[in-house]
Design a protein around this ligand. Structure first.
Ligand code: ATP
Ligand code: MN
Length: 479
């Protein structure tokens, strides 16, 4: 008999028909006459209730149906009389596919802390919370591709191993096949990378943007969605050493077009979650409220679904970096010396605490800041006529701060080269990037959306380690 997934059975109303279902047991309870088994196969936040008339089965079989065991059940679909579910399966045959020793199984049918679950990340998919996150994550990946495909953008795979470190600035992971216990050196005593696999020094990419630009300047509108790696030693709840980034790059877009796209894109993703992940979002919302119930009212987050709708229904506020600095300089936390990183004026790099002040306290909406000081932004950003700002944009969200970083790109060969020289970037090695500005250069723009930052926002989770299956962070590469 063909297996039906739990999610499909829960929607079915053809009572009386025979079904087969396979999955993992969450709980078994009952008495010597009847047992109720909660079965989950990952397809739904809701378990399927299996009703087993105990006398119909051997005692030995019933004992093996423990939390964590895998079973196959054939039975009759019935309308449920119990509360909390519409259907149940009255078992006629139960087979144990995989036993699970309840004494050794780390997951008990009770609430475990997120920290504990991180230590057993190989098993945490089997919890309600990571089931929900995994399904929402999948939906968001799918929505990213759907959005861009419907708009005529092409998906480009950019390299993961790269010899260019123009963007990395000391935050890159080295890729090498050299024997680290016996590194070959040149006569001058420096590492001889000519003997390395690629014949030069290589690293894991921190962004696919530069290669993305090459594609955009032929295909018009492209996007990448790949893994990126940053060896930044920031052990925060918003940083991973390995994360996924979506980077659209568009020819003939100026900064306003870029902001419009970023706003439309993020709203599309949130709408997609609201339309397609309702039950999982309700579960995640309850989880968050449960977690925050002991907090003071003013420290509690907005209810998750309400929060997503709020972002979707409101225009993002757009203002310049300089205007934001004025607001921050006049803010209470600045005047009372409450910021950990004091704002000193134009040129100050904004930290998450400042970004969150603007979004959560001042505007109470997502904010797009533009026109940052040239000195704190990357070399490829379009220089403004004022000689001190670049056409950068950061999209700031409540709870997380920066979710998108982007800019209009400098399309003038001379200006780009001049900036690279000031910053001492290897112009010879970057010839391929500079070539785009020599052969049919056009205004173009793009941005990077950190996928796990988006997931934090959509799921209401507080730590980025809990929205990626296997987090990589300083001193942690388990599983
Ligand atoms: P932050 O100031 O938060 O460290 P950034 O300025 O380094 O961010 P960009 O280089 O602009 O970020 O990268 C684009 C996007 O990638 C960011 O807006 C963010 O969403 C995401 N991002 C950056 N670093 C990380 C990280 N270590 N882990 C997860 N996401 C990240
Ligand atoms: Mn960073």
């Amino acid at each position: 008999m063909r297996r039906t997934k739990v999610a499909a059975i829960l929607r079915d109303t053809e009572y009386g028909k025979e079904v087969n279902v396979k999955g993992w047991v969450r709980t078994r309870r009952g008495n010597k006459f009847v047992n109720f088994i909660a079965l989950n196969d990952g397809s739904s936040i809701h378990n399927l209730q299996i009703v087993a008339d105990v006398p119909k089965f051997s005692e030995e079989l019933i004992k093996r149906i423990t939390t964590g065991s895998a079973i196959s059940v054939t039975g009759v679909l019935a309308e449920s009389s119990g509360s909390g579910q519409s259907v149940e399966v009255q078992a006629t045959n139960i087979e144990v596919i995989g036993d699970c020793n309840a004494d050794e199984y780390p997951l008990q049918p009770k609430k475990h802390s997120l920290e504990f679950l991180r230590d057993i990340a190989h098993l945490r998919f089997r919890t309600n919370i990571f089931g929900a996150i995994t399904r929402v994550r999948h939906s968001m990946i799918f929505a990213v591709h759907k959005f861009f495909s419907e708009k005529g953008f092409y998906n480009i795979h950019t390299p993961i191993i790269t010899a260019s470190d123009a963007e990395g600035a000391g935050e890159m992971f080295r890729v090498t096949t050299l024997d680290v216990n016996n590194i070959p050196k040149t006569e001058d005593g420096i590492v001889d990378f000519s003997q390395d696999f690629f014949g030069k020094s290589t690293n894991l990419t921190v962004s696919g943007q530069l290669e993305g630009e090459l594609a955009a300047l032929a295909m018009s509108e492209i996007y990448t969605f790949g893994p990126t790696f940053r060896a930044e030693n920031s052990n925060t709840a918003r940083h991973l050493a390995e994360f996924w980034m979506i980077e659209p790059e568009m020819a003939f877009y100026d900064l306003d077009d870029n902001m419009d796209l970023a706003e439309e894109f993020t709203k599309y993703l949130l709408n997609y979650a609201l339309d397609n992940c309702k039950e999982d979002l309700e579960f995640l919302s309850n989880r968050q409220q449960e977690e925050e119930k002991n907090k003071k009212a003013e420290d509690r987050s907005m209810e998750l679904i309400e929060k997503l709708k709020f972002v979707v229904e409101n225009d993002y506020v757009r203002l310049t970096y300089s205007e934001a600095i004025d607001i921050l300089m006049n803010s209470k936390p600045h005047k009372k010396n409450k910021f950990q990183y004091p704002i000193t004026g134009f040129g100050s790099d904004l930290q998450a605490e400042h970004e969150r002040y603007l979004v959560e306290k001042h505007f109470k909406k997502p904010v797009i800041l533009t026109d940052y000081p040239m000195s704190i932004k990357a070399f490829y950003m379009k220089q403004s006529d004022d000689g001190r700002t670049v056409r950068a944009m950061d999209v700031l969200f409540p709870q997380i701060g920066e979710i998108i970083g982007g800019s209009q790109r400098e399309e003038s060969y001379d200006k780009l080269l001049e900036r690279m020289r000031v910053l001492d970037l290897p112009e010879k090695e970057m010839y391929w990037y500079l070539d785009t500005r020599r052969f049919g250069s056009v205004p173009h723009s793009g941005f990077g959306l950190g996928f796990e930052r988006l997931m934090l926002f959509v799921s209401g989770m507080g730590n980025i380690r809990d929205v990626i299956p296997f987090p990589r962070t300083p001193k942690n590469a388990e599983f």
